[in-house]
Design a protein around this ligand. Sequence first.
Ligand code: ADP
Ligand code: MG
Length: 257
Amino acid sequence: MKIAISGKGGVGKTTLAALLGMAYAESGYRVIIADADPDGNMASALGIPPELAEGITPIVEMGDLIYERTGAQPGTIGSFFRLNPKVDDIPDRFSVEWEGIRLLVMGTIKGPLAGCVCPESAMLKALFTHLILGQDELLILDMDAGVEHLGRGTAQGVDAFIIVVEPGQRSFQTARAVRKYASGLGVRHCFIVASKTNNESAHQFIEEHLPDYEILSFMDFDPDLLRADAQGSNVYHSAPRSAMVARQIKSKLEEFL
Ligand SMILES: Nc1ncnc2c1ncn2[C@@H]1O[C@H](COP(=O)(O)OP(=O)(O)O)[C@@H](O)[C@H]1O
Ligand SMILES: [Mg+2]
């Protein structure tokens, strides 16, 4: 199963991805979290110590590996290279395991090469499409705030999108844009998780504005999550109330998927 987590910046995507990954890992799933945000901070949400996190090189920055697999130097456009490089060993070799979760930091193609047909993007695409999983395996994609990555096909082949919203029009707009792109990619399910709500009227506000969306749960405002961020500690262990919400979301997903 592959789940992509998307939404406006700062709504709580990384927090939810980490909580959900932990909930699945706890119940015996083999979980891979792919950090696909150029400004990724999943390592911190999992409580990986900074010394260890700093040592992680994003896949797109592994020049030698990309050269070895594609036959072309990264940063080149228009050269000949293999569009389907071998990637099946990469999750095992290059992920960092923490709390039973394998974290794979993808990195992003920045600058003039963004969106290009270049060795780096061939590598990322192959990796995303390769990550086809067995039973009891789960891949969670922690995406960046924008929707343009969707156009680059990294989210192709996911079973569901979870779009995180907060009680505000701007995050609703992003949700609609994400759903439009996702359905264009042929993704069958788009769910909503509302974050940072704090009372019944905030729940109603979201239900009223997104009437035609399946709302999985409300991840109410939880000061323990802010504390976890301040300390760089694992969100699941630090915020028991939100961890319980993550377990509820997991059960709901199991009904739908
Ligand atoms: N339900 C919540 N209650 C309180 N704080 C939250 C909640 N969800 C996220 N946060 C906080 O909001 C900030 C941004 O969350 P993050 O998950 O990094 O967002 P994103 O990945 O969408 O940019 C973090 O400090 C996080 O602790
Ligand atoms: Mg994030």
